[in-house]
Design a protein around this ligand. Structure first.
Ligand SMILES: Nc1ncnc2c1ncn2[C@@H]1O[C@H](COP(=O)(O)OP(=O)(O)OP(=O)(O)O)[C@@H](O)[C@H]1O
Length: 241
């Protein structure tokens, strides 16, 4: 009995230490005869910074869209932070994503005509965390990201590409998400700016699990773990297209 209790508590701790667990995932785009992505078994631990690298067409965007709930797998399980994410109804998925997942999109997806403050506040609003502390947290994040506080009142569309990237990071981190998903936001940067961006991103993300997707293998050095799409999809999964 004691042995059982120990082993159960051990497996519970293991489950809780995982930010992402994918099991027997298969996803087909409508009309396709073969799946765009299959993953037999993959996990990311809480706090881990993982670099996912793959050639064009290898399924990186599909993977990110599955992790953010924009796409739903045809089969298999996606567990995020111990929760069966793939089984949640759309409404609950939206709430879970807003509270626990930060996303930095390739094109940043800022709302150009809103101020930086309003862009960041929108993320807090959807997570239900918008309060009097939001502006203070936003100012702190912008400071860490080496942007002056007066950027808060500027229209997002009037900022430089580098400034918009940092605002996109601040927006993704405003709710202190346990999981940060980043889709190759460095392609427009020169080598020096890219180095500064990567260092800041991972410093500010701090204890969040980070999944950073890119085709650029040169970025791998910033991360604690590297994962190629080829390895990730190597094991076979029963598919259902
Ligand atoms: N909307 C879609 N409809 C049908 N097939 C799609 C669709 N989007 C992607 N695919 C296919 O799914 C596979 C994986 O595409 P995905 O966009 O995930 O790759 P990627 O690694 O992100 O590529 P890139 O680096 O070029 O953005 C490819 O074979 C692609 O042609």
């Amino acid at each position: 009995m004691v042995v059982l209790a120990i082993s159960l508590s051990g497996s519970k701790n293991l489950a809780c230490s995982r930010a992402i667990e994918l099991t027997n995932i298969s996803f087909c785009y409508p009309g396709a005869s073969t799946p765009a992505l299959t993953i037999a078994d993959w996990h990311v631990n809480k706090g881990e910074h993982v670099f996912v690298q793959g050639a064009s067409g290898s399924g990186k965007s599909t993977l990110l869209n599955l992790l953010t709930g924009t796409l739903v797998p045809d089969s298999g399980s996606i567990r995020l932070l111990g929760k069966e994410f793939s089984a949640l109804a759309a409404r609950h998925k939206d709430g879970f994503r807003a509270r626990h997942i930060g996303v930095v999109f390739q094109q940043f997806n800022l709302i150009d005509y809103l101020s930086v403050k309003q862009n960041i506040a929108t993320a807090a609003y959807f997570a239900g965390t918008l309060n009097q502390q939001t502006q203070r947290r936003a100012t702190e994040l912008l400071h860490k990201l080496e942007l002056p506080a007066n950027v808060l009142s500027r229209q997002a569309g009037s900022l430089s590409v580098g400034q918009q990237q940092r605002v996109a990071i601040a927006r993704a981190l405003i709710n202190a998400p346990e999981l940060l998903i980043v889709d190759e936001p460095t392609s427009a940067l020169d080598a020096n700016a890219r180095d500064a961006f990567m260092r800041l991103l991972l410093e500010v993300a701090d204890s969040s699990a980070v999944v950073f997707v890119s085709h650029d293998a040169g970025l791998a050095t910033y991360f604690t773990r590297q994962q190629s799409m080829a390895e990730l999809t190597a094991q076979s999964v029963q598919t259902v297209c």
